[in-house]
Design a protein around this ligand. Structure first.
Ligand code: PGA
Length: 223
């Protein structure tokens, strides 16, 4: 999966209601051109995921829908949780272990591992976020995002040199050829400096993805 393909993943966090999410897609979708060399995933709120998927399918927009979290448990008596099985047919990918969830919601490495297992059993791509090369990565993880905590939402991104070095180390530790992305204050004006690095297989974009124009500009750096 790595070899040349770059991933562009929008992480909206707790932003945008359903109507705002659909308006974003109506602006973004028509500007997106299919490309062999890039893959685009939008991770809106759980509520917006299904209507966005339908809008994308109806209009043949070439993008996938992702989720920002998934239950560590299966279907059953887990009030308030979304089981991976329930997301089938809507989501293609799920972000697991984002540092905000680790720091603010007590998510542990063990929970991350359980969530990866659940995602895989339901056929979802499991994207695990790590803050450095020491964060444990479950064996069956499909993709990784290196996101140094100090770079998230701060306006100060890591340098492409350091990000590439950490990502190379992560790849060596994983021992399989899986995509490893960079995330943390990626904007339209610095995206290319990361994309130019062979080690970096794409970008996980928070704040800058909320604006359809800025996100399409980032995606268009690699076509
Ligand atoms: P940011 O967030 O692009 O706003 O820094 C990235 C993330 O948290 O995934």
């Amino acid at each position: 999966m790595a070899g040349g393909v770059k991933w562009f993943i929008a992480n909206w966090k707790s932003n945008k209601n359903v109507a705002e999410s659909l308006s974003w897609l109506e602006l973004f979708g028509p500007q997106l051109t299919s490309s062999e060399s890039s893959k685009v995933v939008v991770c809106p709120s759980t509520l917006a995921a299904a209507p966005m998927k339908k809008l994308a399918e109806d209009n043949h927009y070439d993008l996938m829908i992702g989720l920002q979290n998934i239950s560590a448990f299966g279907v059953g008596a887990f009030t308030g949780e979304l089981a991976a099985e329930q997301a089938k047919g809507v989501a293609d990918l799920v972000i697991i272990g984002h540092s905000e969830r680790r720091q603010k919601l007590g998510e542990t490495d063990a929970m991350v591992a359980d969530k990866v297992t659940q995602a895989k059993e339901a056929g979802l791509l499991a994207l695990v976020c790590v803050q450095d090369a020491n964060t444990p990565i479950p064996d069956n993880t499909d993709m990784v995002a290196y996101e140094p905590i100090w770079a998230i939402g701060s306006g100060t991104a890591d340098t492409p040199e350091n990000a590439a070095a950490v990502i190379a180390e992560i790849k060596q530790k994983v021992g399989r050829d899986i995509p490893v992305l960079y995330g943390g204050s990626v904007k339209a004006d610095n995206a290319k400096t990361f994309l130019e690095r062979d080690e970096i297989d794409g970008l996980l974009v928070g704040g800058a993805s909320l604006d359809p124009q800025q996100f399409i500009t980032i995606v268009q750096q690699w076509t």
